[in-house]
Every structure is written in C-alpha cells, then in structure tokens.
Design a protein around this ligand. Structure first.
Ligand SMILES: Nc1nc2c(ncn2[C@@H]2O[C@H](COP(=O)(O)OP(=O)(O)OP(=O)(O)O)[C@@H](O)[C@H]2O)c(=O)[nH]1
Length: 219
C-alpha cells in the first residue's frame, strides 16, 4: 500500500510591514519568539505538521513582505492555490489597521473568493498600554467583513509588559482554528461506486481540484 498522502494547507499571512507576520509564523512553527527579524523580502515559508482527528496535515505558512518594494515581483505567487488568509495589524499602530481595506482589496484583485476562509489578527497585545486600536473597533471591522477576530502577542502570549495577563489568544490556537476550519471544509468522503461492492475513500479535494489545485497534496 502506498503511504498515506499528506494534505497541505497553504495559508498566506499579509499586512503592513512591522506588524509581526514573521514573528507570528515563527512562533507557530518553531514554538518561540525569534531572537531577531529583518524585513521580509518577497516571501518566507514556514511549515508545521499537525494532527487533527488522526490525520497528519502540513500547515504551510507564507510569510509575505509588508513593504511594497519587496512584494512587487512575488505577489502573483502568493495568491496561487491559497486555502486561507490571515490579515494582521499591530494593535499599537493605527495606520496598520487603516491599511486593512487595501489588503482586502489586493486579495479581491487576485480573485480570492469568499469561500476562502479569512481571519483578522491584532498582534502585539503585550503592549496593551500603547494600544491605538480598541477591541470594539476591530470587532466591528471584523464583523463587517465576516471574519473572526483574534488578538494576540507573538512575543508574550501569556502576559503583558506590566506583569499582568493580557487575555490574548494563543498564536498556536489561532492557526489550529484555521486548520480545523479547512479540514472541516474538505473532509474525507465515502463514495459508493455505481455498481459492485467496493467502497472507496476519496478526498473531497480530488473532486474540485480545479479550484484548489493539485499543489495541496503531496505523497
Ligand atoms: N512587543 C512585541 N513586538 C513584536 C511582536 N511581534 C513582533 N514584534 C516586533 O515587531 C517588529 C517587526 O516584526 P516582524 O515579524 O519582522 O514584522 P513583519 O510584519 O514580518 O514585517 P515585514 O517583514 O517588513 O513585512 C520586530 O522588532 C519584532 O520583534 C509582539 O507580539 N510584541
């Protein structure tokens, strides 16, 4: 029997430069805050294999450049066969929140349909004292765009810089939520052949490969 194939979920992470996209993806894949980061040029990939309901799934995070000059040549590649989008803003930087409509518009221009799950992430919640974007305002925006909102800190998921708890979502839990959503959208389905008594297990993706692309499977 051939080894079971591993599904790959491609999730792109987008938002202004400096909001913490590299740190969030690093936190999820490496389990810690990076010692230092530099502005992303083009795109970086990070992967982590997770297990949901006994199935191993490869979560592939595309950490995209926030700076326009580092995006230009790559932007077409980001949006090919995307399974989910994570929009990130920095809770201490109102301008990064005001940029969100432009990022949503960029997705629209690259033909990302409403069927592609999106979430909104407010990062740097450890710096609550310096927050410029309130949870209420962010929640209104998320509701208006039918996205769930998560507030988090890639740096310090459990506490803030005053020594107190920051009540933020854990980065791990956020990406796992997206993976669960994707898995539930594309379950394994039982298919009964028209005749004969063999029942074959087929993955939903094989039926709509046109829209999801072959790239989400690997032997
Ligand atoms: N306090 C705090 N700082 C953070 C957090 N996440 C990221 N940073 C800092 O924010 C700065 C930018 O982080 P990056 O992850 O490089 O930002 P980016 O969005 O990937 O930036 P580009 O690659 O230019 O698009 C770095 O100095 C990080 O240390 C956080 O949760 N809390």
């Amino acid at each position: 029997m051939p080894p079971p194939r591993t599904r790959i979920f491609k999730i792109i992470v987008i938002g202004d430069s400096g909001v913490g996209k590299t740190c969030l993806t690093y936190r999820f894949c490496a389990g810690k805050f990076p010692d230092k980061t530099e502005a992303t040029i083009g795109v970086d990939f990070r992967e982590k294999v997770i297990e949901i309901d006994g199935e191993k799934i490869k979560v592939q995070l595309w950490d995209t450049a926030g700076q326009e000059r580092f995006r230009k040549s790559m932007v077409q590649h980001y949006y090919r066969n995307v399974h989910a989008v994570v929009f990130v803003y920095d809770v201490t930087n109102a301008a990064s929140f005001r940029s969100l409509p432009a990022w949503i518009e960029e997705c629209r221009q690259h033909a990302l349909g409403q069927e592609v799950p999106r979430i909104l992430v407010g990062n740097k919640c450890d710096l609550r004292h310096a927050a410029q974007v309130s949870t209420d305002v962010a929640q209104q925006f998320a509701d208006a765009h039918s996205m769930p909102l998560f507030e988090t800190s890639a740096k310090n998921p459990y506490g803030n810089d005053d020594g107190g708890r920051n009540n933020s979502d854990h980065v791990e839990a956020i990406f796992m939520t997206v993976a669960h959503k994707l898995k539930s959208q594309k379950p394994l389905v039982l298919s009964q052949p028209p005749s004969g008594d063999t029942v074959t297990l087929r993955r939903q993706d094989e039926e709509d490969r046109g829209s999801w692309g072959c790239g989400c499977w690997r032997s």
